[in-house]
Write a protein that binds this ligand. Sequence first.
Ligand SMILES: Nc1ncnc2c1ncn2[C@@H]1O[C@H](COP(=O)(O)OP(=O)(O)OP(=O)(O)O)[C@@H](O)[C@H]1O
Length: 267
Amino acid sequence: MNGAHTQPAIGGNAGMSSEYLEIRGLRVTFDGFTAVDGVDLTLFQGDLRFLIGPNGAGKTTLVDAVTGLVPATGSVTKSGAELLGRKVHQIARLGVGRTFQTASVFEELTVLQNLDIAAGSGRSPLTMLRRRKTVLPQIEEALETIGLAHLRDRPAGILAHGQKQWLEIGMLLVQDADVLLLDEPVAGMSHDEREETGNLLRRIGAERTVVVVEHDMDFMRAFATSVTVLARGKVIADGSVEEIQADPMVQQVYLGTAAAVDVLEEH
Ligand SMILES: Nc1ncnc2c1ncn2[C@@H]1O[C@H](COP(=O)(O)OP(=O)(O)OP(=O)(O)O)[C@@H](O)[C@H]1O
């Protein structure tokens, strides 16, 4: 970690800005098995919220439910608009975007074309067929933000693993997503790529709400402004990194062994 990092502000701008995503009593059931069990979560603009928990805790299912991929009960509102019951593309249009554990970019298309398609997701098929002659300002901006401006005309297939994840994040930015749910964005990344990704999340997170599902505790400690711990579909703790690390319930449930305490407290 270099010295340029500012200390994460606990809770981001919580309380200072409008509420962005409010999850109440969220429940997802698969054939009688409850994967997400009555989750309440409030996320604010400026919050870089990490969602952690053991394997099978329900983290990805929660993201799937918010983004319309699995049916759920309860309520998820974004700035007052109910998301549950809407289709995936409608939720995306309301500004809620997500990435998957495996980056899903069009490998044969250039970086620019990938961003152009994402930016055009709200356009009609006819206008999509017409190629844009100029690069849209929001695409220029996204290229700079994700650090891929120099690779704009290269096929996405040649990008390094980390760069593909950044391109996916760029695709959410050009779609105007202001709530971003990222599923294990640094899995498989090198140390330097993690550092770059963390800085990218800080840059984009200042004006947005970013939720990061992650297993990497070092990454969480370095970049989280707040943390929610899920276990067996329920929220067992919510707070700053320090509060989460000191929580005996988290130490016990999260990994369940004495070694787990070392993992959580390691610096
Ligand atoms: N489509 C499905 N059908 C049945 N069960 C499912 C389905 N999707 C997830 N589950 C179950 O729901 C539980 C929560 O899974 P989920 O993938 O959300 O956990 P997770 O916290 O993201 O885990 P990991 O950290 O391993 O990715 C698991 O027990 C999983 O087997």
